[in-house]
Design a protein. Structure first.
Length: 131
């Protein structure tokens, strides 16, 4: 199966040796997104809610560039430097998703790039009406 590299200027550019996402058939693997503002490549200003919101906006932009949307996420991984922020993840996530929700993991980590408080990656399954 052929791989398609997904690139969009509506999400932060890759800052390392990776692609924003890779599509293989109907599956799309989104690289981790931190709360960078695409236009400036600077961290979003504000609290953890602003960071989480920016990350979901970045994931949405990459998903759309791949031909899908957040509704197509089947697996979401959330990395937090402070697990006490997990209720905020749920609150913000409820603005972007409705049931049925994707499978999800939340992992506490010691640090993230650029001192972000949150990073998320995802797997999408984009199906045609015949799939």
């Amino acid at each position: 199966m052929q791989r398609q590299i997904i690139v969009t200027d509506k999400a932060p550019a890759a800052i390392g040796t990776y692609s924003q996402a890779v599509r293989v058939g109907n599956d799309v693997y989104l690289s981790g997104q931190i709360p960078l503002v695409p236009e400036t490549m600077m961290m979003v200003e504000g609290d953890i809610e602003a960071q989480i919101t920016r990350v979901f906006d970045n994931l949405k932009a990459v998903a759309q560039a791949a031909g899908g949307d957040l509704v197509d996420i089947v697996k979401l991984n959330v990395f937090l430097t402070d697990l006490s922020h997990f209720p905020v993840v749920n609150e913000v996530m409820a603005r972007y998703f409705s049931q049925p929700y994707p499978a999800r993991a939340a992992i506490g980590v010691a640090a993230l790039p650029k001192d972000a408080g949150v990073e998320m990656d995802a797997i999408l399954r984009i199906c045609n009406s015949t799939d």
